[in-house]
Design a binder for this molecule. Structure first.
Ligand SMILES: O=C(O)CCC(=O)C(=O)O
Ligand SMILES: [Fe+2]
Length: 373
């Protein structure tokens, strides 16, 4: 637990083990957050502008691998409540968090720090992470954190006869984390499927192409980046691309996300009530490189904590991934051979060496997949 960056005294200097090599440090040169990644108004997708929206999504996915969506249909109150629950989780006492904290990468629901292989990495990341599966919801919810909890207000007249104050309290308490995050994960999945449907339309694929096995597995990953003593020397998440199908990220209202485009970092300005959508490596493969899974990273700041929630939509392990035939030119071979998601994820995991921060895995994985064919 003492490894968590959030349990440190922030007047301490940045320890050596968090200092990145000069070539991967963000440095002092601040990259302004700007709305340089496309913004898509999803409310227009249900009207006669649908084709325009499909085209906007396709162009953004091809050129940036990233876009933001507004008017996405997920209730603003639900998003705010969920982000507040995540912040509250990281503010819980050490005792309350201890049951969720684990250094075992195989534990499906866990709070840990830096990357999944802390002991083997050369440089630590300035972030704590809470991660758990969300599907199937009824099963997964049982292993999620129970705290924070809340007391629900009941009309005292109704429980007036209750003589034991203990009984009274146990009646009123409920699992705020589980209730809120369950509602959020249902909405985030719906949003993801809606966007995948628009992408399949743009690629000329059948309706529901990305439903079922290709998008069934869902992992929620909540990043917490406390104020950092020297943001120029370290990173919250190093350069990587997401190895899954599609990521729906809520980055809160604090800047920190940067996307690598044309050899330069561009900042993604937090927008009110927007989600950041990011094409995962599997979508790049299925689209035969028509869509791009862009590299990105998270920088830290010295003033305020930043909490973000990434919702990773992924194929199930046995799902066969291969470029869609209709997207491969008749006179060319597909850019990748067919493989099961598990087949590639397993060896990709073993590419993690003692000298590499495991989050580089996705990046190495991309090189690995490129060599597969
Ligand atoms: O926190 C962020 O802004 C990005 C996090 C991210 O890229 C990830 O969790 O894969
Ligand atoms: Fe990412």
């Amino acid at each position: 637990m003492e490894k968590l960056v959030s349990s440190w005294f922030n007047d301490r200097p940045l320890p050596q083990s968090y200092i990145f090599p000069p070539e991967t440090r963000p440095g002092n040169h601040t990259i302004p957050g700007c709305n340089s990644i496309p913004v898509v108004d999803l409310s227009k997708a249900s009207g006669h502008d649908r084709t325009t929206i499909v085209q906007q999504i396709l162009i953004a996915s091809r050129e940036f691998g990233f876009f933001q969506v507004v008017n996405h249909g997920v209730s603003e109150n639900l998003v705010n409540d969920t982000m507040n629950v995540f912040k509250e989780f990281f503010e819980l006492s050490a005792e309350d968090k201890a049951g969720v904290y684990s250094e075992d990468p195989k534990r499906p629901c866990r709070l840990y720090t830096s990357s999944p292989n802390y002991d083997r990495e050369n440089v630590h990341l300035w972030r704590d992470n809470l991660r758990h599966p969300c599907h199937p919801l009824e099963e997964c919810i049982k292993i999620w954190p129970q705290k924070p909890t809340r007391y629900r207000y009941y009309n005292p007249a109704l429980i007036h006869d209750c003589s034991s104050p203990f009984l009274l309290l146990s009646f009123l308490s409920y699992d705020l984390y589980r209730e809120t995050v369950a509602a959020y994960s249902i909405e985030a999945k719906k949003l993801g499927l809606r966007i995948l449907e628009l992408i399949s339309e743009g690629l000329g694929l059948s309706s529901g192409f990305f439903g079922d096995d290709l998008s069934e597995s869902v992992i929620l990953s909540v990043n917490h980046y406390p104020p950092c003593p020297d943001p120029s020397l370290t990173l919250g998440v190093p350069k990587h691309c997401d190895p899954n199908l599609l990521t729906i990220l809520h980055q809160g209202d604090i800047y920190g996300l940067q996307v690598f485009k044309d050899g330069e970092w561009i900042g993604v300005e937090p927008m009110h009530n927007a989600f950041v959508v990011n094409i995962g490596l599997q979508l790049q493969i299925i689209s035969n490189n028509m869509l791009k899974s862009a590299e990105h990273r998270a920088v830290t700041n010295s003033k305020v904590a930043r909490t973000t929630a990434a919702f990773f939509i992924s194929p199930v392990d046995d799902c066969i991934i291969e470029p869609v035939k209709s997207l491969v030119n008749t006179d060319e071979s597909p850019a990748y051979r067919a493989f099961s998601y598990k087949e590639v994820m397993e060896p990709a995991k073993s590419l993690v060496t003692a000298t590499d921060p495991p989050l580089r895995r996705a990046f190495q994985f991309k090189e690995y997949v490129d060599k597969l064919y």
